[in-house]
Design a protein around this ligand. Structure first.
Ligand code: PMP
Ligand code: GLU
Length: 395
């Protein structure tokens, strides 16, 4: 048989999805595993959103919609952006997609030619690297360290630029590190971006989950930078709507149109019922996120307190999102529970098998030596999971 496409053959499966699927399967098989793998809110979707979806079904809102989403939802997103960040978009500049992951993919398809380089600061969310490759482009990884709080500086960006550089991807706050860029840091990056005429994909899906510092929407830095920026956001994290699959992008006219054209030939449109649910989420007067934010704040504090008491592991205090990025480098080379631990992959495997705790190894994020723990899970699970880690390390 002829080989399948080179691009498809080279795609690695998502490690975050794989860890989560494995933990869920182990649980279904009756194994008492605690999953810290998925970055998925453990809260139910707020009732008013569910009611809006049920009403949409009753009202027969079950047909195709415009490829980039129903106009009322795109208008509601514009109003929401204006209210949150004082930035003005037209509904025609908004693309609603089947989740923000799909929007990252479509944005890259819209701007990249084969061979274009896309600068990706590591640690990075697992799907960017593959999405860049699927667009025929080349990921240009910029390794950051704890020294800059895992943030790419303007100097690092400048150094990584070649004549083939087309775009950069920023995640703010970051998955997997939880770090937040300050206004000054973003302004310094923006100056380099404009000097080299690059696009910026600014993934701001965790903008509602910030515990320390000020979140700055990249596109608000100036009118010029807004033209160069594709802002990615969505309902999954802010409104606990992961399964509804609604994300959005805000971009200039040319890019938004190209993305909408792409969508018209691929998904057709995101689920109509989910769009009506998201319309309620983005236009609700109620602060739907605050209860969840409070719970994450408490869990983050508890996590950090427990980690500070453990030998051999450490982490920087995350500013946002719901991840702890744990440094385990001191433990590499040791034998734990009879298993030789040479990498964070080894550690995650042993912790799952011997400690019944599922975490994502740093290798998935281009950062070996670390483990990502999601605290989008109950306090009870966090307490028990950290007890298990402690026991795993002490035996
Ligand atoms: N971007 C980042 C940084 C994420 O962590 C996620 C979580 N999956 C997404 C995008 C995509 O979210 P979704 O597709 O559920 O909207
Ligand atoms: N964004 C989440 C994570 O990083 C969900 C899983 C995924 O889509 O990668 O775990």
């Amino acid at each position: 048989m002829k080989p399948i496409s080179k691009i498809a053959a080279a795609i690695a499966p998502s490690a975050t999805v794989a860890v989560d699927t494995l933990a869920k399967q182990m649980k279904a098989d009756g194994i008492d595993v605690i999953g810290f793998g998925a970055g998925e809110p453990d809260f139910p979707t707020p009732d008013c959103i569910k009611v809006a979806a049920i009403k949409a079904i009753g009202d027969n809102k079950t047909r195709y919609t415009p490829a980039a989403g129903i106009v009322p939802l795109r208008k509601a997103i514009c109003t929401w952006m204006e209210k949150q960040y004082g930035i003005t978009y037209q509904p025609s500049q908004i693309c609603v997609t089947s989740g923000a992951k799909h929007n990252v993919f479509v944005a890259l398809q819209a701007i990249c030619n084969p061979g274009d380089e896309v600068i990706l600061p590591a640690p990075y969310w697992v799907s960017y690297e593959e999405a860049i490759k699927m667009a025929g482009a080349v990921p240009a990884i910029v390794q950051t360290t704890e020294e800059t709080r895992f943030k790419m500086t303007a100097d690092m960006l400048e150094q990584a630029i070649t004549p083939n550089t087309k775009a950069i991807i920023l995640t703010n706050p970051s998955n997997p590190t939880g770090m937040l860029y300050s206004r000054e840091e973003l302004e310094a990056l923006a100056a380099v971006v404009l000097r080299h005429d690059l696009y910026v994909i600014s993934d701001e899906i965790y903008d509602q989950l910030v515990y320390a510092g000020e979140f700055v929407c990249f596109a608000t830095l100036s009118d010029e930078i807004k033209q160069h920026t594709i802002t990615i956001n969505g309902a999954s994290k802010s409104f606990a709507m992961t399964g509804w699959r609604i994300g959005f992008a805000a971009a200039n006219d040319e890019i938004a149109k190209a993305m909408a054209n792409y969508l018209s030939h691929s998904t057709g449109n995101p689920s109509t019922i989910s769009q009506y649910a998201a319309l309620e989420a983005y236009s609700s007067e109620e602060d739907l996120a605050s209860k969840m934010q409070l719970a994450y704040t408490r869990r983050r504090k508890y996590f950090l307190e427990r980690i500070s008491k453990l030998d051999g592991v450490s982490c920087l205090e995350p500013d946002g999102a719901f991840y702890i990025f744990m440094n385990i480098k001191q433990l590499l080379g040791r034998t734990i529970q009879g298993v030789q631990i040479n990498s964070s992959n080894d550690f995650a495997k042993a912790l799952l098998e011997k400690g019944l705790v599922a975490v994502v190894p740093g290798e998935a994020f281009g950062a070996p030596g670390y483990l990502r723990w999601s605290y989008a899970t109950s306090m009870e699970n966090i307490r028990e999971g950290l007890d298990r880690l402690e026991k795993f390390l002490s035996e």
